[in-house]
Design a protein around this ligand. Structure first.
Ligand SMILES: [Zn+2]
Length: 261
């Protein structure tokens, strides 16, 4: 079986990029404006007429089409202000991956809002504690802490176990997944554009297709419909970035920041 997952971040009022999520132009490129996001959802609805988005915690389809998961990283305040209401207009629910060290700080969800999203049927997962710039470069002890503590914080807020997470910054490595699995994570989303599902002990590892500002709604619709060409484009771009990360090592983030500017 394969799965399709879309990776969104924040959704903000026109031009108000600082209202939700991490600040800075590097983060802003992932923030969609309200009307654009509404168009993306309409395109997804048209593409998935008989198979609405699913939740990893819910029943999984036993036959094609592949399940589609809508995911939202970082835990910005727009999760409850903008995203959840728009999803719910379609009768859908999403996966919100929360950076627990930011809970209750400006631009991010409060503990009460995390609880409210869960109460409304959305899946709350971990996105680490501190959102390290390069989680794959963390020591084993740091990795264990990032996953264990974030899962505990969310578990305390919600009074239940937290089986889902997403990898911050897309810096996946096997160690990152091993530490997540030891923290109780059973579904880990990466940023690798793939429909393949990998298994690491008790954890399923799923890729995602990233959506950023300026990307036409038709792209989300085409990916949701299972079309190949937008997926191939993302795979080609991903392979290029992977090579750049390998060649540039620690300087990759600095170079990326300069290019974004
Ligand atoms: Zn993130």
């Amino acid at each position: 079986m394969r799965a399709l997952a879309l990776m969104y971040h924040d959704v903000v009022p026109p031009g108000d990029f600082s209202s939700s999520g991490f600040p800075g132009i590097g983060a802003d490129i992932y923030k969609l404006e309200h009307d654009d996001f509404a168009s993306h959802l309409a395109a997804i609805q048209a593409a998935r007429a008989g198979a609405p988005p699913a939740l990893v915690s819910g029943p999984q389809p036993l036959a094609p089409p592949w399940p589609l998961y809508l995911t939202f990283d970082d835990g910005g305040a727009s999760a409850i202000a903008e995203i959840a209401p728009l999803l719910e207009q379609h009768g859908w629910r999403g996966h919100f991956f929360v950076t627990t060290g930011r809970i209750g700080t400006p631009g991010f969800l409060s503990a009460a809002q995390v609880r409210e999203l869960d109460r409304r049927g959305h899946v709350i997962g971990s996105h680490s504690c501190s959102h390290p710039p390069r989680i794959s470069a963390c020591s084993w002890e740091q990795l264990r802490r990032e996953w264990d503590e974030s899962v505990h914080v969310l578990g305390d807020i919600l009074g239940k176990s937290i089986p889902a997470a997403s990898v911050p910054g897309g810096f996946y490595s096997r160690r990152v997944a091993e530490a997540a699995e030891l923290a109780g994570i059973r579904v880990l989303f990466t940023s690798e554009p793939t429909t393949s599902i990998a298994i690491l002990n008790r954890c399923r590892i799923l890729g995602r297709y990233g959506i950023w500002r300026g990307m036409p709604a038709a792209v989300s619709g085409a990916i949701a419909a299972g079309r190949r060409s937008p997926r191939w484009k993302q795979t080609a771009w991903w392979e290029f970035k992977k090579l750049a990360k390998k060649i540039c090592g620690n300087q990759y983030l600095e170079i990326r920041q300069r290019l974004v500017r």
